[in-house]
Design a protein around this ligand. Structure first.
Ligand SMILES: [Zn+2]
Ligand SMILES: [Zn+2]
Length: 258
């Protein structure tokens, strides 16, 4: 087995992706998908990754740009005859069951497929942890209009730590939760600024907010995501004024080896 922790970026765009892009989606060790974006099947296959090798999908929260293509993924498993029970779906307890049940009923799964063929659900509330043979996974809350999970993955084989916030306004306790991460992905949907806490109805972060979290947590590298191409360069420059480590806006398809 390959003794490395890898993170492959599948999408970094704002809520509506540009042509050829996708909203925030990435892959850990080629077997753990984080959020599904708008077009996960073509995205994975276009990069030579067989969707059937996925063992887990982790959802940060249930806003459309983060789960839109879940039905495509489930349908792909059904059409290829791979039991859905082998796909574990982890996400915020508040909405996980509802979203997956609706995706299955949208597919008319009970009409065309074995009604007992459903994915395995692992609902988590912020603060919960989860462990399997590969990772120790911790979560903490985010500040967003729906329940969200900020995840911290510690690879048991490599001891490397990879964390990602999902969508969130600036929230200092996240810095404590992701402390010492080798790689942190923090959203920066508001561009090269710090969010105004009195005028942040959609509860997102700016690059300066992300950089404050990265600096407080002493992470190795900070990746900014979740905005349109016009904002990426200025966002990286703004974050570098606050965070002394490496900052990048990743390219789609870019793989990070921890
Ligand atoms: Zn959101
Ligand atoms: Zn979003």
């Amino acid at each position: 087995m390959d003794n490395r922790t890898t993170v492959t970026i599948l999408g970094t765009s704002g809520a509506i992706p540009e042509v050829g892009g996708d909203s925030p989606t990435f892959l850990i060790n080629d077997r753990y998908l984080v959020d599904t974006g708008w077009s996960v099947i073509s995205n994975l296959r276009g990069r030579g990754i067989d969707p059937l090798q996925l063992e887990y999908v982790f959802f940060t929260h249930f806003h459309h740009d983060h789960y839109m293509s879940l039905p495509s993924l489930l349908y792909y498993f059904l059409m290829k005859g791979k039991p859905l029970q082998e796909l574990k779906i982890v996400g915020p307890a508040e909405d996980l069951m509802l979203i997956v049940t609706r995706a299955m009923s949208f597919l008319h799964a009970e009409r065309y497929f074995d009604a007992a063929n459903v994915p395995t659900l692992i609902p988590l509330v912020p603060g919960d942890s989860y462990e399997n043979g590969d990772f120790r996974i911790g979560t903490c809350p985010t500040i967003h209009p729906v329940q969200g999970l900020c995840y911290r993955f510690e690879d048991k084989q490599t001891s490397k730590v990879f964390s990602f916030t999902g969508d969130t306004a600036y929230y200092p306790p996240i810095g404590e939760h992701v402390k010492g991460s080798d790689l942190l992905i923090h959203e920066a949907a508001l561009g090269p600024i710090a969010a105004n806490p009195d005028d942040n109805a959609y509860m997102h972060a700016g690059a300066i907010d992300a950089a404050r979290i990265a600096e407080a947590a002493g992470v190795g590298k900070l990746l900014l995501i979740h905005a349109y191409a016009s904002r990426t360069e200025a966002s990286v420059a703004a974050a570098k004024q606050v965070f002394r480590g490496e900052v990048e806006w990743p390219r789609d398809g870019q793989m990070y080896v921890l």
